[in-house]
Design a protein around this ligand. Structure first.
Ligand SMILES: NC(=O)c1ccc[n+]([C@@H]2O[C@H](COP(=O)([O-])OP(=O)(O)OC[C@H]3O[C@@H](n4cnc5c(N)ncnc54)[C@H](OP(=O)(O)O)[C@@H]3O)[C@@H](O)[C@H]2O)c1
Length: 163
């Protein structure tokens, strides 16, 4: 399984149930990396997306405790058990956790590969994930050159779980 996320200097990922910065290059990277794959998200992340519906060209799983929840293009699952059963039908390499913090923090240890966009700024987040560098279980296997958009400098890093 994989994870893809954009973090600020403090491993912040969101504010007011939205993203911290508008980075078209990162959005394109996210789309290219996850298109054709299966993505997994929490209900709040789904509701932060345009139209509150699943992403096109992907199989979308949404976790919520609400058994009546429904959303366009989404397969709704109501528990971790139900999610893991559903995901067992897919190649683990083709599954991406796409947020939010509740999903990343609970399941990152199950991932083999982490696609982390690091933004070199403190963006005043109200939602954070675990500091993967301090976790020690993963190593950086690639790092892009920095780029700057809308005043934010960022790099794409790929981590793999240490053997
Ligand atoms: N920077 C990035 O790359 C990135 C990516 C994605 C999201 N985000 C940001 O992250 C923030 C949202 O994160 P969040 O942690 O607050 O919310 P979230 O993880 O998106 O959603 C939390 C909800 O997921 C459901 N859920 C989680 N685990 C569950 C389980 N085991 N069983 C049943 N339901 C479960 C619950 O829904 P119910 O309450 O309906 O039961 C829970 O309230 C937003 O600011 C968003 O913009 C950032």
């Amino acid at each position: 399984m994989n994870l893809i996320v954009a973090v600020d200097k403090n491993w912040g990922i969101g504010r007011d149930n939205g993203l911290l910065a508008h980075l078209p290059g990162d959005m394109a990277y996210f789309k290219a990396t996850t298109s054709g794959k299966t993505v997994v998200m929490g209900r709040k992340t789904l509701e932060s997306m345009p139209g509150k519906r699943g992403l096109p060209n992907r199989t979308n799983y949404v976790l919520t405790s609400n058994p009546d929840f429904a959303a366009e293009r989404c397969i709704v699952v109501n528990s971790e058990d139900e999610l893991m059963k559903a995901l067992s039908a897919f190649e683990p390499d083709d599954v991406f956790l796409i947020g939010g913090a509740s999903i990343y923090n609970k399941y990152y240890k199950m991932c083999d590969k982490l696609y982390i966009t690091k933004m070199d700024a403190d963006l005043n987040a109200d939602t954070r994930i675990v500091n993967i560098d301090e976790d020690g279980g993963f190593e950086v296997v690639s790092e892009s050159e920095p780029m700057t958009e809308n005043g934010v400098t960022y790099r794409f890093l790929v981590y793999e779980r240490k053997k």
